[in-house]
Design a protein around this ligand. Structure first.
Ligand code: SF4
Length: 338
């Protein structure tokens, strides 16, 4: 029998833990007019992991799995229903307005839709200057220097060609470079990248992923990369957390997950991936039938059991699996590995 691990990551990373997610629950109350509470949407339902200084991790799952709610809670846009988000040894729930302002200066955010993320009536100069002004950089010359440095880093050069341009005058890839420059301009310790290439042309996706990887390495940034696409995670993620119906079902380093996935859901996600080294991909079955489950009334036992071709009758639909560790550092919440 393999060992059972209770929720905490298992790895030997000696770098400082920068972000710690501890038994996080994010539930949204449903109200029925005149009849009080109708239930809860359990978007995040008991998630635990650490991110180290300078580490890039990917959270992977289908739409509706809870990854966006997880991301917004990490960005302090949602409050946890239960559990904690600890950044640099501080509980986000205990930060006052000033503390939250400081926190947001340490966290950069790269949105999925660059055009929607950029104010249409501001040119690039103003878009990049605004966070510096809000951040208290009073000296105009210093602001200009930082703007030029950020644009140089994201390869919006020659800088003069872009400063006066408005978002609609830029290509999708250039817009995303402006979004990344804005995320980097306050010198963050930590970056949240929410599907940063999913709305871009295939031809620029790799360039943007390589740019993020380069910034992560040169600034020793911690990165959480949110995606539904396992084929892109190996560009700059060290570990992968696979999310299903509000839970993390598999946690391991990138090569373990891509070369030797253990959870039936991860195997299904890998079907059709274009990741060239996903050696087992061709052996996986089609994505299982059915939709991701309701987060209001998730299935009993293992939440994946209605879609799982390997479900163990009398067990999987009844009892929720613990995290098991069939190989060092590779955690999976599935009864096949008990
Ligand atoms: Fe499938 Fe059972 Fe594993 Fe869930 S616990 S993924 S139902 S085998």
């Amino acid at each position: 029998m393999v060992s059972t691990v209770q929720t905490r990551d298992v790895n030997n990373d000696t770098r400082k833990v920068l972000l710690s997610i501890d038994d996080l629950h994010v539930w949204f109350e449903l109200r029925r007019f005149g009849f009080g509470r109708a239930g809860y949407v359990k978007a995040v339902d008991g998630v635990t992991f650490d991110v180290h200084q300078g580490e890039a991790i990917a959270v992977v799952g289908e739409s509706g799995c809870g990854k966006s709610s997880l991301m917004k809670t990490i960005l302090a846009l949602y409050k946890p229903t239960k559990g904690k988000v600890i950044f640099d040894d501080k509980d986000l729930a205990e930060l006052d307005g000033k503390g939250l302002h400081l926190y947001h200066s340490h966290v950069g955010y790269v949105q999925q839709d660059p055009y929607g993320a950029l104010p249409p009536f501001m040119n690039v100069q103003r878009i990049l200057e605004e966070p510096l002004i809000i951040g208290g950089i009073k000296d105009k010359e210093e602001r200009n220097q930082r703007i030029r440095k950020a644009m140089d880093e994201v390869k919006l050069t020659p800088v003069e060609d872009f400063l006066e341009k408005f978002p609609h005058m830029l290509s999708g890839g250039q817009q995303q470079r402006v979004v990344i420059a804005r995320a980097m301009i306050m010198g963050p310790k930590f970056l949240v990248a929410d599907e940063p290439v999913s709305m871009l042309d295939a031809s620029v996706r790799v360039e943007i992923l390589k740019l993020l990887r380069g910034l992560q390495e040169s600034h020793n940034l911690s990165v959480i990369y949110i995606t539904h696409d396992l084929s892109t995670v190996s560009y700059f993620s060290e570990r992968i957390f696979v999310m299903y119906a509000g839970n993390l079902v598999e946690k391991a380093n990138v090569r373990q997950v891509l070369d030797h996935p253990l959870h039936p859901y991860t195997m299904a996600l890998l079907t059709g991936t274009s990741e060239p080294d996903a050696k087992n991909a061709e052996t996986f079955k089609e994505l299982p039938p059915g939709e991701p489950p309701s987060l209001v009334n998730p299935p009993t036992g293992c939440r994946f059991h209605p879609r799982c071709s390997k479900a163990i009758k009398g067990l999987c639909e009844v009892k929720e699996p613990s995290d098991f560790e069939p190989e060092p550092g590779h955690l999976v919440a599935c009864w096949l590995y008990q």
